[in-house]
Design a protein around this ligand. Structure first.
Ligand SMILES: *Cc1c(COP(=O)(O)O)cnc(C)c1O
Length: 454
């Protein structure tokens, strides 16, 4: 069953892209429990959902830009020895972003950071009226998104407790049902100004039915926006065709741009002439930008929202990563391998003696279950594992045990460990090793015992 997912080496055509990345060794990741003879081998990094690995191409491009800075200084803006004039550096990234999110170049902008971009989009798109002022989102939205929504509301005189409709899964369930989201939109639609969800939920790994939710929101006259932090570079997106109004994302997760990398946003062509309220000189028509006219004239479309000249170092770091992705065949190729890697991980976990289905999560003893949807169309690379019994300190012990053996995942309190095999650099052997180590660690926890409920 599990073997059905695994590709034979000769069929695994994307496996060579692992060499394009720097994979930290066990020693570098401080894997204290691995034998000395393997300490300098690559660790088992399944944390690309949080911070993607360093592409060697990004390192090279950043080093080149530092060199150009040192040798050409201000001239680099217009006369760059490698043909990457800093003045137009973001334009090198825009075609890649357009491909990845399913948009035209004028619908995307490489700029800023996710949360700042979200505020810009909320200022542009959240236009409450007396009848229609609510925001529909999920109760477990990423905190930054919750803070952004709440402060946007309070600054306009709305009480978030009234103006936010926050959806929670049904009793005993971990993820939202599409039917429930759609029926809420239908029922409450006339009071909803904005529907704002994450494309892929950070905690559960659920990939929401973006096309259906967007269509339902639009049918009710709501604006529909998406936070694509965990979706971009992970799952196929067709933002233009789905008629999404706006979207924002960061690039340091599945797009491998590096810590704090430059963000991005999407504005549908239909809104190309939407007023820019927080204008900056980089959103001004490039033809006259350096004439420095007093009157702002926005670039049509998403790029009119640019404010500042972008960090060149951050932008080329992203560019290197996007070139690797494009070389590998882009999202369709990467998604095909992702389905296999994650399917393989799931199947091996289900074979573990510690695995129970989410419905059996009340059984006795040290166990694990998966709360990410089992349907591959409702998830990306990540699986979210819950460790049982919940609330009794099992998860932190498991995480520590994994780290000591060089299996790098990450935790989300109280009980979840997220594991994401990333198709550009993880291998089927990474997946096998992770599950084997997880079994060892769980056996240890079982042997040592779990404290009684307090
Ligand atoms: C990672 C993540 C963010 C991070 O926001 P930054 O502004 O890039 O720090 C925001 N929202 C979601 C859903 C995320 O997963």
């Amino acid at each position: 069953m599990a073997d059905a997912f695994k590709l034979a080496p000769e069929q695994d055509t994307l496996s060579k892209y692992r060499d394009e990345f720097v994979v930290p060794t066990f020693r570098q990741m401080k894997a204290s429990a691995v034998p000395a003879e393997i300490a300098d081998e690559p660790s088992t990094y399944l944390c690309g959902n949080s911070l993607g690995l360093l592409p060697k191409r990004s390192k090279k491009l950043v080093e080149e830009e530092l060199e150009v800075w040192g040798t050409r200084a201000v001239e680099g803006h217009f006369d760059h020895p490698l043909g990457r004039d800093w003045m137009y550096i973001a334009d090198q990234v825009h075609p890649h972003l357009a491909q990845i999110v399913g948009a035209s170049e004028s619908e995307v902008a490489c700029m800023g950071t996710l949360t700042a971009n979200l505020h810009l989009m909320l200022n542009a798109f959240y236009k409450p009226t007396a009848e229609r002022y609510k925001i529909l989102c999920e109760a477990k939205a990423f905190p930054s998104d919750q803070y952004a929504m709440a402060t946007q509301l309070t600054s306009r005189g709305y009480d978030p407790a009234v103006a936010i409709i926050a959806m929670t899964p049904r009793e005993g369930e971990h993820t939202l049902r599409t039917e429930d989201i759609l029926s809420t939109i239908e029922k409450e639609g006339s009071s909803i100004a904005l529907v704002l969800f994450a494309g892929v939920q950070f905690y559960t790994g659920q990939w929401f039915a973006m096309k259906e939710i967007t269509a339902a929101a639009k049918a009710q006259g709501c604006v529909c926006g998406w936070d694509l932090a965990h979706a971009v570079g992970n799952v196929p997106l067709s933002l233009h065709d789905w008629d999404v109004d706006f979207a924002v994302w960061c690039t340091y997760k599945y797009l491998n741009s590096g810590p704090g990398g430059i963000g991005g946003l999407f504005v549908h062509e239909r809104w190309a002439d939407l007023a820019v309220r927080e204008a900056g000189w980089w959103g001004h028509d490039p033809a006259t930008r350096f004439d420095m006219p007093p009157q702002f004239k926005a670039i049509r479309g998403a790029q009119g929202f640019q404010q500042s000249n972008p960090s060149v170092l951050a932008t080329v770091s992203l560019l290197g990563a996007l070139q690797v992705l494009a070389d590998a065949g882009g999202i369709p190729a990467v998604r095909a391998r992702s389905l296999r890697l994650t399917g393989y991980l799931e199947a091996l976990l289900q074979q573990s003696r510690f695995y129970v289905s989410p419905a059996q999560a009340d059984v006795e003893g040290v166990k694990m279950t998966i709360i990410t949807p089992a349907d591959p169309k409702q998830r990306g690379a990540q699986l979210s594992l819950v460790f049982l019994p919940t609330g009794r300190g099992v998860m932190p012990r498991v995480l520590k045990g994994l780290e000591a053996r060089g299996v790098i995942g990450d935790s989300r309190k109280p009980d979840v460990i997220r594991l994401a095999p990333v198709p550009l650099y993880n291998t089927f052997e990474d997946v096998e090793r992770a599950v084997k180590v997880l079994d060892e660690v769980l056996a240890e926890v079982e042997k040592e015992g779990v404290p009684p409920p307090s």
